[in-house]
Design a binder for this molecule. Structure first.
Ligand SMILES: Cc1cc2nc3c(=O)[nH]c(=O)nc-3n(C[C@H](O)[C@H](O)[C@H](O)COP(=O)(O)OP(=O)(O)OC[C@H]3O[C@@H](n4cnc5c(N)ncnc54)[C@H](O)[C@@H]3O)c2cc1C
Length: 378
């Protein structure tokens, strides 16, 4: 199956043009301030680049996930940090899948237009990989939940108009994951405050922050789906989040290699092109081979996913292997550039820093291996 047809290529072309005209020229400045202006989200919405998969009756275009894949790939190639995939393909699906009709009507059109962007709050200062150990608690009190707790590293946290918050609504010592629920918490309500943008190693234009909940009252009708089923919803949706990360890492790797091929074919030392030394040729060949393997794997799981045969084990395999590969590629390609690779003015340094996040967010390499071990009945 060919993933991309003529209409997909047109969409890719127009998104690439948008990136080159509206984003890339300003990206360095946004990296310095650690944020993307809100108007950009509105523009993205106007051009149809947010949540294109949302049903037409809620303002979307009812497209398949392949349109999201195009956006993710182009962001990866251009090393652009805007958290579009997080908003469009990680968080909004929770509302689309588990929301009531009222919640969908309230949020989905705004998610498509960019009037509202979303974040997801799972990680806490004392727990990340072990989601079942979260301690943020939502106590039912009549027709409200009273929420207390704290979240960290929340992407798009400052910018978001609402957060899908993972919290405990009951305590079950034997099966702690059973008490987790997802609740939509809107910006600006009493008891919900946000910390400052946290300084980080890469993806600097996309902010992450802490979220604080202090006797924060949220109406019970903000619950997503059923009480106590949040863990299942998270595990279900993390598959797409991992696929998103994998697609991005693959595209990043391909771009890093292209930049390096260009550079080493032109840079000269000892009277020869850098690429003509056999050591460097072999290194480039090894990297190109790994990238080709990654492309074959990503395309396979993407096709399966589009056809509705998602395979959690293969997605976990691709997530750990391709994100680790992206780091190997970034490391060796920077070395092949010599000093200029280390300089911020050249496009490699940013890509090197960005890749480091890929093996951590959306489930670490080790957690992917834990998942695969279980699937292999080890
Ligand atoms: C840039 C960025 C953006 C993020 N955005 C969000 C967001 O929007 N929302 C959100 O909720 N979170 C977000 N996170 C948090 C991210 O999901 C967590 O950092 C990640 O899940 C790991 O959790 P942790 O940091 O607590 O590490 P820990 O869970 O403390 O793990 C530390 C180390 O121990 C290893 N480890 C843990 N358990 C095992 C095990 N069973 N076997 C072997 N090794 C193990 C891990 O792999 C890791 O190497 C973001 C993180 C980053 C870096």
């Amino acid at each position: 199956m060919d993933i991309y047809k003529h209409e997909h290529n047109l969409f890719r072309k127009s998104f690439r043009k948008f990136l080159q005209e509206e984003i890339v020229p300003f990206h360095d400045k946004w990296e310095e301030i650690g944020a993307v202006p809100k108007e950009i989200w509105h523009k993205l919405g106007r051009y149809g680049f947010l949540c294109p998969w949302v049903e037409e009756k809620y303002g979307g275009f009812s497209t398949g996930f392949e349109y999201s894949a195009i956006i993710i790939e182009e962001l990866g190639k251009a090393a652009v940090d805007i958290a579009i995939p997080l908003h469009s393909d990680v968080v909004t699906p929770y509302i689309s899948k588990y929301g009531t009709e009222e919640q969908k009507q309230k949020w989905l059109p705004k998610c498509v237009s960019g009037e509202v962007t979303l974040s997801i709050g799972i990680t806490e200062p004392n727990t990340g990989s072990d989601v079942s150990s979260i301690t943020t608690y939502a106590k039912k009190d009549g027709d409200t939940y009273i929420i207390n707790g704290q979240k960290v590293y929340i992407s798009n946290g400052l910018n978001s108009g609402a957060t899908v918050l993972a919290c405990k609504t009951s305590l079950n010592e034997e099966k702690p994951h059973k008490g987790i629920s997802l609740i939509i918490v809107e910006e600006g309500i009493d008891g919900f405050t946000k910390g400052k943008s946290m300084k980080k190693l890469g993806r600097k234009a996309s902010e992450v922050c802490e979220l604080f909940f202090n006797d924060c009252r949220v109406p019970v009708h903000n619950l997503l789906g059923n009480e106590g089923e949040g863990f299942t919803y998270l595990m279900e949706n993390l598959k797409q989040e991992r696929l998103v990360q994998t697609i991005r890492s693959q595209a990043e790797s391909e771009e890093i290699l292209n930049l390096t091929l260009d550079y080493t074919r032109n840079r000269r030392a000892f009277g020869k092109n850098i690429s003509s030394f056999q050591h460097n040729q072999f290194k480039l060949v090894e990297l190109a081979t790994e990238i080709e393997l990654g492309r074959t794997f990503v395309d396979k799981i993407l096709i399966d996913y589009l056809e509705g045969h998602e395979d959690e084990k293969q997605i976990a395999m691709a997530k750990w292997w391709i994100t680790e590969m992206a780091n190997r590629v970034a490391y060796h390609c920077l070395q092949l550039h010599g000093g200029i690779g280390y300089m911020e003015e050249y496009p490699l340094a940013r890509r090197f820093r960005n890749a480091r996040m890929d093996t951590i967010a959306a489930g670490t390499t080790e957690i992917m291996k834990v998942i695969i071990s279980k699937k292999l009945n080890l």
